[in-house]
Design a protein. Sequence first.
Length: 232
Amino acid sequence: MGRYTSAYSAFVLRLDEVELLRNCAARKEKEDPIVLMREINALCRGGIVLLSSHLEAYIRGLGELALERMHTEGVPRDSIPPRFYYHISKDIVDEIKDTSDPDKIAGKLFTFLETDQSYWAQTGPFPKALPVDRFNLGFSSPAFDKITAYFNRFGYSGYRNDMARVLRADYTSTVNMVRHLVDIRNKIAHGDLVTTKTPGDVKGMIDIIRKYCATTDAVFASWCRSQLCSIR
């Protein structure tokens, strides 16, 4: 069993391009921080956006890995909480919930029976691969509260407590950095031309986010091993 999941290994590789932008900005900062300020800011802002995107991709990848293993390892469905089934079929269930026309409701139910009925049993393993894209619907930001809610879809409700237990004194600062990263990324994405960070700031963000993901990898993989199946 490896120390980390394949999702975390892929995340570390993706961090290389964030480091590339940061290193380039740092070189320009040493060369002439005044004349090259616009280029430095652009590189740092780009690195922040990429870092946030890679964090989101990591969480998605971790969830997708769990979904894949649940199928291939034949995890018995009697150990899976009801909320998990809802997220498998969330798109159809929500459409039915938001529809009042009887014919449309019936049409949605026929679709559900045709595409999803085989998932909805509470005994035995899943008969086919789980619909990853549909399960991930609604997870579009790596904000800490949304990551917590995403893991809760699997039935993992102890994520906050486990992170606090492992990170100890660093828990609050680490979680705050995740929130800060997403907040800055959103400002940049929505056209804020002022918000930026120095190359040194970006390095600190990279280091903390890497530690956050490594810790997440450990606690989620440990929970999966005890409750579902091994994912590393």
